[in-house]
Design a protein around this ligand. Sequence first.
Ligand SMILES: Nc1ncnc2c1ncn2[C@@H]1O[C@H](COP(=O)(O)OP(=O)(O)OP(=O)(O)O)[C@@H](O)[C@H]1O
Ligand SMILES: [Mg+2]
Length: 369
Amino acid sequence: MLFRYGSAVTGKFFYDRSDIQKKISSLLVGGQSFMLKAPRRYGKTSLLKNVLQTKKFDYFYADFRKTPRLELFNNKLLEYLYSKMGIKGALKQLQENAVSFLLTHKTTVKVTLPLFEASVELFGGAVMKEDERMVQILDLIEQTAKELDETFYIVLDEFQDVKKLSGVETADILEMMRGTMQQHENVCYMFAGSHMTLMTEIFENRKSPFFNFCRKFVLDGFDIDELKQELVKAFKSKEIVFESDELLLNLLHKLKGHPANTMLVMQLLESLITEEDIKLISDLLIQKAYDEAREEMNDLISEYIKEIKTKEHLHDVIYRMASGERQILDANSLRQKRAYLIDMGYIRRKERGVYEIIDGFLEDNLLMI
Ligand SMILES: Nc1ncnc2c1ncn2[C@@H]1O[C@H](COP(=O)(O)OP(=O)(O)OP(=O)(O)O)[C@@H](O)[C@H]1O
Ligand SMILES: [Mg+2]
């Protein structure tokens, strides 16, 4: 199989993105923290994981969308800290008996004894608020990195959801995080998120603690020319060719460089051609793969439309975008509706005054009335 669809992809299943990979790669080498925002299913997680793996950097990864409580994040961080100190499965041992944990590992641990002892003292039973515990763990991670003379890499995915964690007692967890992270010279933080507006609010609003904290990137769709060449090459490795380059190019344009949708169509194309035991991809086959992909995405698209309908006028605004009809709302209301649609990840601003629907399948679906 040449293509993967669903969760994050790396290695041979990772396509395109050479420019941003280079940029990120040099930031990682310099230990420079950064944030990456992009709509859902655009390949943020894949990009970060792939660059880190390509550089063979070991890293910590947490996804705040999937994490219900701060305590769980802290425990994961702690496990990572101890793994860097050379201890596997530390948390369980620590919870069972902190003293014997200390005795068992004090001679083999990779850091100096005072640092190891400080870590155990902090977590061997002391009652502490989870947000304070987070700060302490992050500081210990920095100290460990410093002692080991290494850069540590920490990926905080869907970072905008950090405020939704339960167990956060401090009014501004962001303030607390920034306070500690800004002092860290040996940890490279990577923040990713799909909620465009919240990410902008966190990293670009002057009043936010993370304002000017790090470099910022917006991940666009695939670069169609680069991707086209790679796809031709991938199919060729199985002796499969397109009837014409133009066919592939048109398809990629129709998919608008949407990474997940594009990969789904490619995978279906590969299955169809294998099933039919042929080597030439025709226009008809492309049409079939595209329709199958859209069919497969139907439930998700219905969910999208349901969500769009939860706010007044949004459905008609986006419908008019799809059909090319003139918008009828006054300028202020239209601005507000577009802002909602951007927040929800359905449209994006291409340039001043020009917006486009991100997902081609959604666009098709809107027009099927
Ligand atoms: N560079 C890439 N090469 C090949 N496929 C990709 C790439 N980026 C994304 N994809 C496709 O998109 C799917 C989703 O990618 P990924 O999970 O990395 O996106 P995401 O932006 O992190 O999504 P979410 O917002 O849901 O977390 C992948 O399973 C894959 O099919
Ligand atoms: Mg992701």
